[in-house]
Design a protein around this ligand. Structure first.
Ligand code: 5U1
Length: 671
C-alpha cells in the first residue's frame, strides 16, 4: 500500500528538520536542540521509512551509512585536475611569491584570501542539482578513488545543499580531517580494544576514509572543511574566492572559521604569525597557512606552473613531526623517584628546534609503542610541549633489536623499583637515600611548610649536594659554620644565620616532620591526618598497609607508599639520625576525627587575614577536625574571607556558600 500523502509530507518535514539541526550541530557548531530531541526526530523518520520504504530518498539523513563493504574502490577521473600547492618556508619566499604577482599583474596592492592549511586528506565532492552524488580522494590529482559511501557518513557534509541558487553541477573541494579531541578519543577506544593506535590525526583521518566498509568509517570522528571549488556547470559564482567560500558555506558546507581577506605581503605575514600563535589551541592540526589571490580574474592572469597555481602558496609552519633514530634509551629518576624512560635520538630539527631527547613516559607507553634501541621513530614537538615519540616506523626496524624494560633496580642508587598497581609510573624506593632524589628532597625538607629552614635555598642545596657535604637530610644538622663559609656567596654572617635557622628548625611538629620526609603521595593534609591518627612516630613506622588505610582519606596507593617508605632500612636510619640530632616535636594526642567539633566540614580560606597567616588559620581549623580545601565547590561549607578576597568570594556567593569574616573565624576557633 503506498504511503498516504500526509505521511509522505511528514517524512519530508522530518528530513528537513533533521538536516537543519544536523547543519547547526556539525557545520555551525551551534546546536539548537538537545541530542535527545534530535534522536527523537531521526527515530520518527526511521519508523516512517520502515513502514513505507518508498519514502526513502537518496538524501535522507537515515541513509548516511551504506550497507555492504566494497571489494575495492573504483577509480574516478577528476573533471578539473586537483592541483597541489607550492610551498614557502620563509618570509623571503613569501615575499618572492608576492613580488612575482606584482610583476605579472603590474599592480602594487593585491588582495589575498588567507586560510589555515588543514592537515588532512584532500577530497572532491560533486553535487548535482544540490544532491551529493560523488566523493573522491585527490589521488594523483587526475584520478582518485571513489569514496562516496564513506564520505556520506561524515555529518558535516550535507547530502543535499541548502537553498536552490547553487549551480547545477558544483564540485566542492577541501580536506577530510579529524579534530585533535576526536583523535584522542579514537585512540583511547583503540587502546581499550587492544587495537593499533594511530600516529596522528591526519593518518587516522586517511585510514578512516579509506575503509572498504563504510560502517567502520561511520564510527570515526571525521569532519570536512571546504577550501575551494572545482568543476562548476550551469550556474554562476561570485568573482572573488572569499565570496565563493561564503556562498558555499550558505549552501551548508563547512568552511574554516579562520578565513580572512588580507592586503599585500604585510597582511599575509601578519596572518601567518597570528595563526602560528593560535595553532596549538585550534581544534584541528594545521601545517601552515595558504594565501590565494582573491580575485578570480587576477588568478586567471597568473595561470599555472606545472601542477600548482601561480596565484596561491602554502606558507608552512615548522614541521611538528620528523623521523629520526633511537640511539639509546636511558632511565631518568625524577624528584619523587619516578622512573622515566627517555629516548636519546639522532639530532633532528622538529617544531622549530633541534631535538635530541624525547620522553617515552613509562613502561606502558614503551610497550604500547614497542620502541627499541635502533628503531626509526616519528618524533613530535607541538608548540611548547616536550618532544615525544609518537610511533615506530616498523618497516625500518633493523634485525636483532630487543624490547626495552624499565630496570628492576634504580639506575642511580640500586634500590628496588616498584610499580604501584593501578599506576603507570615505576618508582625508586630509595627515597632520601637516592642521590637523584636528594637535591629535591633537601629543598622539600627545608621548605617553609616542612622544617622551614630559612636561608637553605635551592642554590645552597645544589652546592652542598654537589660538594658531597651532605648525603642525607640528617647531615644538615651536622653542618658547621666553617663548612658553610667555604661555599660560594656565603659570608660569615649568612653562615651564622643559617646555623641558627637549622638549630631553630629542630623544634617542629609531627605533621611537619612527616611532610618533610617527602614520602610519595604524602602531602600536608595526609601528614596531618597520619599524625592525628597515630599520635606518635613509632606506631606510625610499624604500621602495615591495612592500618594505614584506617586513616581518613588514605587509600591503598598511599598506604602502600607509606609502608614501603618506612620498611626501607636506609629511610629508618635517616629518621633515627634526625631524632638523634635533636629534631623533636611535642607529643600529640591521638584524635578520633569524627568527634572533633568541625569534623565533616570543609573550609576554603581566601584574602589577607590580619591576626594570623592563612597557614595558621588552616592549621587551627584542621586541628578542630575541618578539611581545608584550595577551591570553592558545591562541597564547601564555609569560605573564610580576609581582605581583598577575589574570585573565590564571587564563586562562594554564586554557590550560596556561607562566608565568615576574620572576626567570625576567631570566634569559631575560640569557641
Ligand atoms: N586551505 C587550503 N588548503 N588547500 C590545499 N587551500 C588550498 N588550496 C589548494 C590545496 C591543494 O589548492 C588550490 C589552491 C588549487
Amino acid at each position: 500500500m503506498p504511503a498516504p500523502k500526509h505521511l509522505a509530507q511528514r517524512a519530508a518535514k522530518l528530513r528537513e528538520q533533521i538536516n537543519y539541526h544536523n547543519h547547526r550541530y556539525y557545520v555551525l557548531d551551534r546546536p539548537e536542540i538537545p541530542d535527545s530531541e534530535f534522536d527523537r526526530l531521526v527515530r520518527a523518520l526511521e519508523a516512517l521509512e520502515n513502514q513505507y520504504p518508498e519514502l526513502i530518498t537518496a538524501d535522507s539523513p537515515t541513509q548516511r551509512v551504506g550497507g555492504t563493504p566494497l571489494p575495492e574502490f573504483a577509480q574516478v577521473r577528476h573533471t578539473v585536475p586537483m592541483l597541489s600547492l607550492s610551498n614557502a618556508f620563509t618570509d623571503t619566499e613569501v615575499s618572492d611569491f608576492v613580488r612575482r604577482i606584482h610583476e605579472r599583474l603590474e599592480l602594487n596592492e593585491i588582495e589575498f584570501c588567507a586560510e589555515p592549511k588543514m592537515d588532512g586528506l584532500a577530497v572532491s565532492l560533486v553535487y548535482e542539482r544540490g544532491l551529493l552524488v560523488q566523493g573522491a580522494t585527490r589521488g594523483d590529482g587526475t584520478t582518485g578513488e571513489d569514496v562516496t559511501q564513506n564520505i556520506r557518513t561524515i555529518h558535516s557534509i550535507p547530502l543535499r545543499l541548502i537553498g536552490s541558487d547553487y549551480p547545477q553541477v558544483l564540485e566542492v573541494r577541501g580536506e577530510v580531517v579529524m579534530t585533535k579531541r576526536g583523535f584522542a578519543e579514537l585512540n583511547r577506544r583503540q587502546q581499550d580494544k587492544g587495537e593499533k593506535l594511530f600516529v596522528n590525526p591526519r593518518n587516522a583521518a586517511a585510514g578512516s576514509l579509506r575503509q572498504l566498509d563504510p560502517r567502520l568509517t561511520a564510527l570515526r570522528p571525521l569532519e570536512f572543511m571546504c577550501y575551494g571549488v572545482g568543476n562548476v556547470e550551469n550556474g554562476s559564482l561570485p568573482d572573488k574566492h572569499s565570496d565563493i567560500l561564503q556562498r558555499v558555506q550558505q549552501w551548508g558546507v563547512r568552511v574554516s572559521a579562520q578565513l580572512e581577506v588580507v592586503q599585500g605581503l604585510e597582511g599575509c605575514l601578519d596572518y601567518y604569525r597570528r595563526m602560528a600563535t593560535k595553532r596549538a589551541s585550534l581544534p584541528f592540526d594545521i601545517d601552515g597557512v595558504v594565501y590565494k589571490v582573491n580575485r578570480l580574474a587576477q588568478q586567471e592572469q597568473m595561470g599555472f606552473v606545472a601542477k600548482a597555481p601561480r596565484w596561491a602558496v602554502a606558507h608552512k609552519f615548522p614541521a611538528q613531526e620528523e623521523m629520526t633514530r633511537v640511539l639509546a634509551i636511558d632511565v631518568q629518576v625524577g624528584r619523587t623517584g619516578t622512573l622515566t624512560p627517555v629516548a636519546r635520538l639522532e639530532p633532528v630539527f622538529v617544531g622549530g628546534v633541534t631535538v635530541t631527547n624525547a620522553t617515552l613516559h613509562n613502561q606502558d607507553e614503551i610497550e604500547r609503542k614497542d620502541v627499541r634501541v635502533g628503531d626509526t621513530v616519528i618524533v613530535r614537538r607541538a608548540g611548547d610541549v616536550i618532544p615525544e615519540v609518537v610511533g615506530v616506523v616498523l618497516s625500518k626496524r633493523p634485525a636483532h633489536t630487543e624490547t626495552f624494560h624499565i630496570p628492576a633496580r634504580c639506575p642511580v642508587c640500586g634500590s628496588e623499583v616498584q610499580r604501584v598497581e593501578g599506576e603507570s609510573a615505576a618508582r625508586c624506593t630509595g627515597g632520601l637515600y637516592c642521590s637523584a632524589q636528594r637535591k629535591e628532597a633537601f629543598r622539600h625538607f627545608a621548605s617553609r611548610r616542612a622544617l622551614d629552614i630559612e636561608g637553605l635555598g635551592e642554590k645552597l642545596v645544589d652546592q652542598l649536594v654537589e660538594k658531597k657535604q651532605v648525603s642525607t637530610v640528617a647531615d644538615i644538622f651536622a653542618l658547621t659554620q666553617q663548612q658553610l663559609v667555604e661555599l660560594e656567596r656565603m659570608g660569615p654572617k649568612s653562615a651564622a644565620n643559617l646555623i641558627e635557622a637549622i638549630e631553630k628548625s629542630k623544634a617542629t611538629t609531627l605533621p611537619r616532620f612527616l611532610y618533610a620526609l617527602g614520602i610519595a603521595n604524602v602531602g600536608e593534609a595526609t601528614a596531618l591526618a597520619l599524625a592525628q591518627h597515630f599520635g606518635n612516630l613509632d606506631d606510625l613506622m610499624s604500621a602495615d598497609e591495612e592500618k594505614f588505610q584506617q586513616v581518613e582519606d588514605i587509600g591503598p596507593v598511599v598506604a602502600r607508599s607509606l609502608h614501603t617508605f618506612f620498611q626501607q632500612q636506609h629511610n629508618r636510619e635517616v629518621i633515627q639520625k634526625l631524632v638523634q640530632a635533636g629534631v623533636s616535636w611535642p607529643a600529640m594526642e591521638k584524635r578520633i576525627v569524627e568527634t572533633l567539633p568541625l569534623a565533616g566540614k570543609t573550609f576554603v580560606i581566601t584574602g589577607t587575614l590580619s591576626s594570623m597567616s592563612r597557614d595558621d588559620a588552616k592549621a587551627r581549623l584542621q586541628a578542630l577536625g575541618a578539611k581545608v580545601s584550595g577551591s570553592v565547590s558545591q562541597k564547601t561549607d564555609y569560605l573564610v574571607a580576609g581582605a581583598d578576597p577575589g574570585s573565590k568570594h564571587d564563586k562562594a556567593l554564586e554557590l550560596g556558600v556561607a562566608i565568615l569574616d576574620e572576626a567570625a573565624l576567631q570566634k569559631l576557633i575560640a569557641s
